[in-house]
Design a protein around this ligand. Structure first.
Ligand SMILES: *Cc1c(COP(=O)(O)O)cnc(C)c1O
Length: 368
């Protein structure tokens, strides 16, 4: 097997159709490519029912580039951003704010607890200077799902702007711009839409975007400039990730043919159930309680057995065709297994069987 199954939060396992879509070359000036971009952007807005007030601004690069561009474009230079923090991707946003010279207020949470709408409410009430809240939806560092609808309602009640990092949830977890107030919602080609990595996109409120002139300190990351240029010419500013866009077009076609968001959530939920059930049978413990676990990526405690070593475990599982992911927690030893990508519950059961074989081989007896 030369192409392993990726059980990671991206890049993901892609379908043969998505891979095949990358076998042509596209000219960035060509009208066929411009139509491809326009159709992808149209669908990306529609997936969250944002046609009335939102537009799609695609951006070259990985998801982080689009998050940083969204913050740098939508938050004024003298803005102040509240960051409810329950994991690594929240901390990444706080770091970005430092680089961008925007004031950050970090609201620290336990990593096993969802972001608390009541604490966000209190923070906004006590500091009228906070202009925006930057919220990670599914915190991929642990796999926890934050209560986006309640948080959006609190932010709207206070009349502040909401920026959502929906990177690992967009397309799989329900979100509807008609009843979810946000200025910017960010995701990328290579997550739950199951495209290949290389392009982020921002679903931005048009009125907020139009007020964003002069905010960005970076030309390449200025989403207003990117959007205006695209409106005028149909083209990307700077070299577009042509093959990534073509693969995303194919991935969205499959997404829609398979039943869209409800079907994607159902498949990922089955994957997650098969994974967690199988791993618990082997004695593994999940880091999160089931009530807050998103069916996207699962954090497991590392076996406390002296025979266990993640590097060795990883290599042996990889030799059986599955790529696992290291943990992202500083305080506890963990590893992660993704449930997303062009994989199904049978794949997850095979992965659990491979893990069981490897534990036996390594002489790991205690998994908890
Ligand atoms: C994947 C991901 C990102 C982007 O990470 P990249 O490494 O830049 O692709 C941002 N936020 C969340 C929650 C993610 O899962």
């Amino acid at each position: 097997m030369n192409s392993p199954t990726l059980l990671t939060p991206g890049p993901l396992t892609t379908s043969p159709e998505t891979k095949a879509a990358m076998l042509s070359d596209w000219g960035s000036w060509d009208s066929a490519f411009n139509e491809l971009t326009a159709s992808v952007c149209r669908d990306l807005v529609q997936i969250v029912n944002g046609q009335a007030e939102h537009v799609c601004i695609p951006l070259q690069g990985s998801g982080t580039f689009a998050v940083e561009a969204a913050i740098g474009t939508f938050v004024p230079r003298n803005g102040k951003v509240l960051v409810p923090d329950n994991g690594a991707y929240c901390k990444r946003i706080a770091r970005m704010l430092g680089y961008l010279g925007r004031e950050a207020i970090v609201l620290a949470h336990d990593e096993q607890a969802p972001a608390d709408p009541a604490r966000i409410d209190a923070a906004l009430a006590s500091d009228p200077g906070i202009t925006h809240v930057a919220q990670v939806h599914c915190e991929t560092g642990t796999g926890i799902l934050n209560p986006l609808a309640q948080i959006a309602a609190v932010v709207a009640k206070h009349g502040r702007g909401l920026i959502v990092d929906a990177m690992s949830s967009y397309g799989a977890i329900p979100m509807d711009a008609r009843n979810l107030a946000f200025d910017a919602l960010i995701a990328a080609s290579g997550k739950c839409l199951e495209g290949v990595p290389g392009m982020g996109f921002v679903i931005g409120r048009r009125s907020a975007l139009e007020r964003a002139g002069g905010n960005s300190r970076s030309l390449a990351m200025d989403l207003l400039d990117q959007w205006q240029y695209m409106q005028k010419t149909g083209q990307w500013r700077f070299t577009p990730p042509t093959h990534v866009v073509a693969a995303l077009r194919a991935a969205i076609d499959q997404y829609q043919a398979q039943g869209g968001q409800p079907a994607r959530l159902a498949r990922y939920s089955e994957n997650c159930t098969a994974l967690v059930g199988g791993m618990r049978k082997l004695g593994f413990e999940t880091f999160l309680p089931d009530s807050v676990q998103a069916p996207i990526i699962v954090t497991f405690h590392a076996p406390p057995d002296p025979a266990y070593d993640f590097g060795e475990f990883y290599r042996r599982v990889r030799d059986r065709g599955f790529i696992l992911y290291p943990g992202k927690l500083t305080s506890v030893d963990t590893f992660r297994v993704g449930c997303i990508g062009a994989i199904d519950a049978a794949t997850m059961r095979q992965a659990v069987a491979a893990i069981a074989d490897v534990l036996r081989e390594m002489g790991v007896r205690r998994t908890r």
